[in-house]
Design a protein around this ligand. Structure first.
Ligand SMILES: Cc1ncc(COP(=O)(O)O)c(C=O)c1O
Length: 489
């Protein structure tokens, strides 16, 4: 009926009319943002939040707690300090001096705190600011797969094009010199390359011996560019996991930066930019990033673009930098490295045993030398049928289709995303999906922050935390085992 009481004929369904009205009254989105999709890992994490009683191994939060000195420093923050913008957007002079000491002790490199260092609210803030500062639309950037998925968004917002170089399991996920050489030679000439070793997700770690042939390729490229009058390639090192090198002592001698610094006559230091994060040092809740490079003009540009998104470095981030330099922090990291090494061993052995017993394959070939992730090759499960009842509940996650458009087509495992959702529903274990060409990997995190036991608000009970973590891993393996057995049976 219309307002005068006459009957009207609907030409479309009421649902469609409402949708159309809504669409026309919505604020149009920028073309840049329309091109971004929700990260598959974030969509998966939201789905896992909705399933009860899950053992979460999909996250990137560390589970060894902050250094005690940090919690003590936080208590010194008075109301006055909390009520003001505590520092310039690139960090106070005192914090940049501490950051300079951080770079010196880890890499043996002296950066001038006035001109060569910037403090940010985490790696992600630093990387976005860097991309905005140096990339023009269509600039080429080299990434080595598998890579931290979060690189893609700042690169996409800057309009960059990606040259993705796949690394191989048989090379333990380390980039090979000929691959790098090939990627550098292709046209157009790349502007930037991102190295992330220790790597998320694969846990691969490059020693000085692995870096040397790569440096020779980079040196040749630098020489060619000088001859051609081209601008240098920017080498970015994302060192988020360097503090968690299991055999390390904190001086990072196998990092790209330390190897460049200690190689006689190496010219690459001038085009290197290091980004450190204190997140994996147990302070992820604070978000602290440290940027260091010899290129003071670049630092200035990063400071300007960083300020476009964060007006002032947070007071907590400033304290975190000072805390990271303490002996207590070094001691905590020594324990954290052994904690993650032991958990990775336990998880790897457990997964191999249940897969071997049920289906005769061992999916873990190598235990990473750093970090807190196990990257497991489940390609053997591609094509496996799952029971109809399970397939039905998996389709219940259809609302996340924009992030995982091909989720569970048919009642078969056809991708790592299918496998991750299947494991979540059938076994109540969450592991992060990573799809590669013809491969199917899940990344299991042994960070397990929910296993953290505090014996006071400032102190971690190390023995109880270790014990609880292993119990959780055993429980997770038991559940994974029953899921895998359902394929076999
Ligand atoms: C490789 C890598 N870089 C950077 C980050 C994030 O660093 P931040 O917390 O400082 O933004 C992560 C988080 O998991 C990561 O895996």
């Amino acid at each position: 009926m219309d307002r005068k009481g006459r009957t009207t004929r609907r030409t479309t369904s009421p649902g469609l009319v409402t949708l159309k009205k809504r669409a026309s009254s919505q604020t149009p989105l920028s073309e840049r943002v329309q091109k971004l999709v929700m990260s598959p890992l974030m969509a998966f994490s939201l789905a896992a939040d909705r399933v009860g009683g899950v053992i979460r191994m999909d996250g990137g939060s560390p589970g060894h707690g902050p250094p005690r000195v940090f919690t003590r420093l936080v208590r010194t923050l008075d109301a006055k300090r909390l009520s003001v913008y505590s520092a310039p957007a690139f960090g106070s002079s005192a914090t940049r001096k501490s950051a300079s000491e951080y770079f010196r002790s880890r890499y043996g490199i002296e950066f001038d705190p006035e001109h060569e260092i910037s403090i940010t609210n985490g790696f992600t803030h630093a990387f976005r600011s860097l991309c905005d500062a140096v990339l023009n639309p269509d600039d080429m950037v080299i990434l080595f797969a598998p890579f931290f998925p979060q690189y893609q968004q700042p690169l996409a917002l800057a309009g960059a094009r990606l040259r993705i170089v796949p690394t191989r399991a048989e090379d333990f996920w380390k980039p090979q010199p000929e691959q790098l050489s090939h990627a550098l030679a292709a046209s157009p000439s790349p502007r930037m390359v991102v190295f992330n070793y220790p790597n998320n997700p694969a846990g691969s770690f490059l020693t000085a011996n692995d870096w040397m042939p790569l440096l020779r390729v980079l040196e040749c490229d630098a020489e060619d560019r000088r001859r051609r009058g081209d601008s240098p390639l920017l080498l970015v090192s994302d060192d988020a996991y360097l503090p968690l090198t299991h055999s390390g002592s904190g001086d990072s001698r196998d990092s790209l930066a330390a190897v460049v610094q200690h190689t006689p006559d190496c010219s690459l230091l001038d085009s290197l930019l290091i980004i450190c994060s204190l997140s994996k040092e147990g302070m992820a809740g604070v978000l602290t990033g440290l940027v260091g490079t010899r290129d003071s003009r670049l630092v200035q540009a990063i400071r300007i673009s960083a300020k476009a998104s964060v007006i002032s470095v947070s007071a907590l981030a400033e304290l975190a930098v000072h805390a990271a330099l303490s002996d207590e922090s070094a001691e905590l990291l020594t324990w954290a490295r052994s904690l993650y090494a032991a958990r990775l061993q336990r998880l790897a052995a457990g997964i191999n045993t249940v897969c071997q017993d049920a289906m005769g394959f061992a999916p873990v070939r190598q235990i990473p030398a750093a970090g807190m992730y196990l990257y497991v090759d489940f390609s053997r499960l591609l094509g496996m049928r799952v029971p109809k009842r399970q397939a039905h509940s998996l389709r219940g996650f259809a609302e996340f289709r924009s992030a995982a458009p091909n989720l569970f087509r048919g009642a078969k495992i056809l991708s790592s995303t299918d496998l991750a959702y299947w494991l979540l529903c059938s076994s109540r274990v969450a592991a992060a999906p990573f799809d590669g060409q013809d491969s199917c990997h899940l990344r299991f995190s042994v960070g397990l922050p929910e296993s953290l036991v505090l014996d006071s608000d400032a102190a971690v009970d190390e023995a109880a935390t270790s014990e609880l973590g292993l119990q959780r891993i055993d429980a997770g393996v038991e559940r994974i085992g029953s899921g895998i057995r359902s394929f076999a049976g």
